[in-house]
Design a protein around this ligand. Sequence first.
Ligand SMILES: Cc1cc2nc3c(=O)[nH]c(=O)nc-3n(C[C@H](O)[C@H](O)[C@H](O)COP(=O)(O)OP(=O)(O)OC[C@H]3O[C@@H](n4cnc5c(N)ncnc54)[C@H](O)[C@@H]3O)c2cc1C
Length: 448
Amino acid sequence: MAAKIQTSFCFPLHSTPTSKRKPHFHSLTITASKSISGRKLRAAVIGGGPAGSSAAEALASGGVETFLFERNPPSVAKPCGGAIPLCMLEEFDIPHHLIDRHVTRMRIFSPSNIAVDFGKTLKPHEFIAMLRREVLDSYLRSRAHAAGATAVVGLVTDLDLPAEPDAPYTVHYTANGSSRKTLAVDVVIGADGANSRVAKAIGAGEYACAIAFQERIKLPEEKMAQYENLAEMYVGEDVSPDFYAWVFPKCDHVAVGTGTVRAKRNIKVYQRGIRERVSPKINGGKVIKVEAHPIPEHPRPVRVRGRVALVGDAAGYVTKCSGEGIYFAAKSGRVCGNAVVKASEGGERMIDERDLLREYLKPWDAEYVNTFRFLDLLQRVFYGSNASREALVELCGDEYVQRMTFESYLYKKLARGSACDGFKLFVNTVGTLVRSRIVESRMESLIL
Ligand SMILES: Cc1cc2nc3c(=O)[nH]c(=O)nc-3n(C[C@H](O)[C@H](O)[C@H](O)COP(=O)(O)OP(=O)(O)OC[C@H]3O[C@@H](n4cnc5c(N)ncnc54)[C@H](O)[C@@H]3O)c2cc1C
């Protein structure tokens, strides 16, 4: 694959990475879109998760010469719960046979173990799809390749920024575990996840991260049957100080995990907490895999610089409260890929930073900033103390809350309810929070 890349290239290619330039993080703005004669615009997409594959598919389909870099073989799974919303299946043409489980029942457990069923308002055709990431990622990657993106199996180690506005970016990578190679490109899409090297190379700044920890547990058949179409969420100081813990059903096992931003060092303590809470249901199970990974808490300070754009986790697109990122990764990759296609007129012209800001970042923020802000607010209100968690679970019993939550999650639109129901919900929320605080202070006085 690498040999094919080298012979077909007319950009300067460095066979050994000796000409490394010092990073300089100013924006490289080309004054006007320039035509490229005799070749197509070339893009490197770093990372073959949902964000990278979707970006590469859009780019290649739109006429841009595209290279999709992925360090891992198809069998390696990104640590993830693998829950995706209904709208993603249709929007990204995901075949139903890739789905392991159709979750139609969600149960949420309060700190005092009060359980509320949370899927009562789902319509007969509605469900949350549970997939294995190795299955989903391989499928999306193969679609990018079918659209014309060249697969580069290798670890990207560095990115050289151009010294002049028109000069190419140089991607440094190691192929087959050893040989070091470079590739010169016009545009770079950083889809390399939470530890993004592309973000570092362009000085995109840091974001706060949660850590998520998960054990895959194979259960005896009769215990697995409980989770046929059921996913569980647990809240409480014992399982996380600022997030929730979960039991998600997979093809032949369950994923049991938790996350935290505030107390990362104690993540194993919280994992023990969730295991204790679910112990009657998972006793006799065998741990087949243990995994952990950072989850970004908010977008990076910079997501576009020069002709480089960040998408998915690299950009910081994971919602608070739910920790959902697969849909936003795929969607941002596609929006960004389409933006490059549009600005370059199907790969015929050079693009610049203003194109990426106008065609990618502006529409993206206009569509999703409110969703991210709203979920951030919910996390702060409801995950802060055991009292507010009790309130959260109580509210989850309300059918109006269920309908609004599922509509927002499944279809990725902030659902609009009736003004009257909305007002009732507001009153209920305030009432529940007030009651819960009273309950908590009573409990505290009893303990003291
Ligand atoms: C434990 C856990 C559970 C989660 N559960 C859910 C869930 O149920 N539902 C949900 O929607 N979200 C969930 N998330 C969040 C979700 O996993 C991410 O938001 C999503 O994977 C982001 O996709 P991405 O393509 O941006 O990045 P990633 O999926 O991280 O993909 C990045 C890709 O880039 C490759 N890569 C990285 N660096 C390099 C390099 N230098 N060179 C070459 N390749 C490179 C990696 O191998 C990887 O394939 C969970 C996260 C965690 C940690």
